[in-house]
Design a binder for this molecule. Sequence first.
Ligand code: ZN
Length: 107
Amino acid sequence: MIHYSCDICQRPIHLHSDVRHVVKIEVFPAVEDGGCPCDDLEGIEAEADHLEEMQDLLEQLDDCDDPRMDQDAARSMRFDLCDACRQRFVKNPLGLKSGTQLNFSQN
Ligand SMILES: [Zn+2]
């Protein structure tokens, strides 16, 4: 049996009594111009229903050595949260300290 624990508070998440919440965060450079086959993935995927084209595309992606797509630039993260931490996370996803982002009323 797989045991989960909350990635924030380390509390064990019991699947029979708790709800496990999964947070997925993807960090990648926003690239506006073309130049790399990776950039065209979305458009091609929408238009092409040919398996062959997808295969070609995947091979291109494998060969892609665009420095923008390296490990440091593109990250996909996944966290398991208990319900309490999920509520806190949703309210403040970036972990900003309260008070620092709501100073608009001060002069
Ligand atoms: Zn937690």
